[in-house]
Every structure is written in structure tokens, then in C-alpha cells.
Design a protein around this ligand. Sequence first.
Ligand code: GDP
Ligand code: IMO
Ligand code: MG
Length: 428
Amino acid sequence: MKNVIAIVGSQWGDEGKGKIIDYLAGRADMVVRAQGGSNAGHTVVIEGTKYALHLVPSGVLNAGTDNIIGNGVVFDPESFFAEIEMLDAGGVDTSRIYVSDRAHIVFPYHKRLDLLSEQARGAASLGTTLRGIGPCYMDKVERSGLRVCDMMEGETFREKLARQIDAKNDVIVKLYGGEPLDKDGIIDTYATYAEKLAPYVRDTSVMVYDTIAAGKTVLFEGAQGSMLDLDFGTYPFVTSSHPISGGFTTGAGVGAGVVGEIIGITKAYTTRVGAGPMVTELTDETGDSIREKGHEYGTTTGRPRRCGWFDGVAVRHSARVNGTTGLALMLLDVLDDFDEISLCYAYERNGETIEHFPAGQKALEESRPLYKTVKGWRTNLTACRTWEELPKEAKDYIAHIEELTGVPVKIISVGPGREQTIMRGDIL
Ligand code: GDP
Ligand code: IMO
Ligand code: MG
């Protein structure tokens, strides 16, 4: 039985993955983060109380759900314990959170190197979240990273970490002309983290496997979005992991065949935070009104998000590389006040129509959106709870999105609250 649902971001992140994970976690046994790190900012709103989660899976607000931070995640203990404190203070049960012994650890030198390399790029900076994500994955791929299992090794860990800090201080000082980091301070801090972390550490691949084998329901919680994927996103303006469905099984340690349903979390329009091409970006009043109505400011960094119309070329590309079986169409209510709404069905470059998302930066920068424009519904959708209650124009808009992407819309979200969710069609 395929009892695994992958929740994947279809666009450039912040599509509302946290909300849908929390919503579906009510009937799931386990939620698994498999990639990314504390660059993610997932918002869950329950009865008006807002929780911003970075590393802890968004299933944590449902009692009885196991929450796994898998081997593919880059794990920042500072961010993790700050989150645990925040949840404990709010009376949330944090006893069912488990961290993979194979996850790589983010250290202060990763964050410093993230900043220094961004500064060195100057005008060509990527606009990263400065959470040390790229430098930590670099160490993993280069095979010099330290993992959670290393952290559990006492004196040996101190020695390994000391060597790493020496090597990184060399780069910080000699390559970037920066200040060296305090070696003893970092070692002591991480030795304390190691003690605190020990009770959370597991071979999570075994836990996920056993849960799936027992016929229970598992959700993979994607972070970032497909258009930030290292291979299929707008390289080099991407993150350093694979936020597409293929990344989830390697990042959780289970076979590729287990996933039964792949839900693409998709905003009813487009946003992006950080640098890089965005063909449907609106730098005018329309873009500003989407930003204000949608409160489009980053959950992790507070930066204003760039806003634009729905990009059917990007979401079609995302549906293909993910094998998306259904879309969750989010923030539909943000478009409530428009007389007309546009959807991009293709790009145009040098007189040529482009149907498939181009690889190159120049090709994307020179692409112009081709729009079809439809009538808005001009109705407040936030109280709608069923498909039947949606106005005809909203249903038509959804039909256009299904046609452009080739994927059925199975969930519709009309507000940040758990209850503001319309299920249309079965999931698993
Ligand atoms: P994530 O990173 O994909 O989990 O998304 P974020 O939490 O970064 O950003 C999504 C934002 O939209 C959050 O502030 C959510 O509370 C909010 N949100 C989610 N769904 C809806 C919706 O349907 N309507 C509105 N108005 N807000 C929503
Ligand atoms: P969630 O999970 C939106 C963006 C950054 C930057 C690029 C690389 O909340 O959807 P990084 O720090 O990963 O090296 O930055 O990726 N980015 C996100 N944008 N949502 C996210 O996560 C993001 N995580 C990274 O803004 O452009
Ligand atoms: Mg986010």
C-alpha cells in the first residue's frame, strides 16, 4: 500500500506547505523533513495563534504525530533548540521529535561563510537566507562535514571540530580577510548541544521504513520550492538541496517507490524572495497590492517577497519534475478584490513562443510572459468551506490552472487558518 504523501512546493517557496502539512497531519502518523534546513519558514495558524517553524516539522502541533528531521536536512542546533523552547513555552508537546544520526550539522563557520561569499558576489549575490545552508551542503558533498552521529562521540567530536574550525578560519582570514571565529567557544557550545541533543537522535530511516511498512500514513514535508531546486530551478539562484519529490526519498532513507501521492502546494499567484529571474514579476501597483493583501513578507528573514501573476510555465515544469498528482491551490482569497486576473500560459522570446521552462539565466531574463486574462470574482472567499460555495469565476480560474498545468486541484485554501481549507477529491 502506498501510504505516503509528498508535500512539495511548486514555485519559489512559501506556498503554504506548513499550513497543509498541519491540516493533513491530523490524520497522519508521521511527518518527515528530508531536505533544506532553517532557511525554511513554515507558518501554521491554529485558532488565531501563529507558529513559525524552521526545522521542526509542521506536524508538531498535532498530538500523536511523530516528527522526523531526516538525514537529508542540514541541522542547525541553535535554531532547533530555540524552536523547541518556543514550542515548550506555548505548551506544545515536543516529545515526539526525532533527529537523524546521519544529518549534517550547521556550524557558525557555515553561516559566516554564507555571508562572506554573498558579500564577495556583490551585485551578483543570490540573496540567500544566510543560514549557512550552501556552505554546509558544500562540506557534505566535499566529504568533510560533521554529522549528528559524530556529535555523539565526545572527545573525538571535539578533535574533529577543532580541525574543521582551523581549516575554516584559514579560509575566512586568508581568502576573505575576515575575523577568525572563536574556536574554544564554538567547541564548548557544541559539546553542550550534543548533550541536549542525545535524547532526540535516532536512525530515522528505520523509523520511517517501519511506519510505512506498518501501513501507517507518512507525510513528507518539502521545504523551499521546485523552482529553487539545485538542478531544475533557476540556477544559480537556487538553494543547495533537492526540494522536488525525488529529493525526499534520499533525504528520508526510504525507497523511491513508496510515495503514493505528490501534492504540489501552489499559490494562486507567484512570489519569490531573493534574487533571480521571475518572468511574471509585477513591479507596479498590482504587485504591491498582492504583497499587502497576502502579507508577502518572508517568514525567516522578513524580506518583502516579489509578487506577480500565476506562472503556468513554471508550475507545469514543476509538475513534470515532481510527478505531481494533485495541486493544493493556496491563498486564493488574496485575489478577491481584482476585476481581472491574468495567468501566464507561455513565454515569448525573440518572437518565439516558449512552452517549457528554459534552463539559462539569459533566456529567462529575456522571456516575456504571455497572458490570458479572466474575470475576477470580487467576493470574499475566506468563509467558503465547500466547492459549491465558491463563485463561478473562482471555479473558472481553478479550471484554467488545471488546464495550464495538467494537474487536478485537490485542495483549495482561502485563508491561513486550518478550517479555511476546501477538500475536493480524495487524497490517498
Ligand atoms: P511555507 O514556507 O510554504 O510553509 O509558507 P509560509 O508560511 O512561508 O508562507 C505562507 C503564508 O501564507 C503564511 O503566512 C500562511 O499563514 C499564509 N497562508 C497560507 N494559506 C493561506 C491562504 O489560503 N490564504 C491566506 N490569506 N494566507 C494563507
Ligand atoms: P520555505 O520552506 C522561499 C531562497 C532564498 C534564496 C535562495 C537560496 O519557507 O518555502 P539559501 O539560504 O537556501 O541558500 O537561499 O533560496 N529560499 C527560500 N525562499 N522560501 C524558502 O523556504 C526558502 N529557502 C530558501 O531566499 O533566494
Ligand atoms: Mg516559508
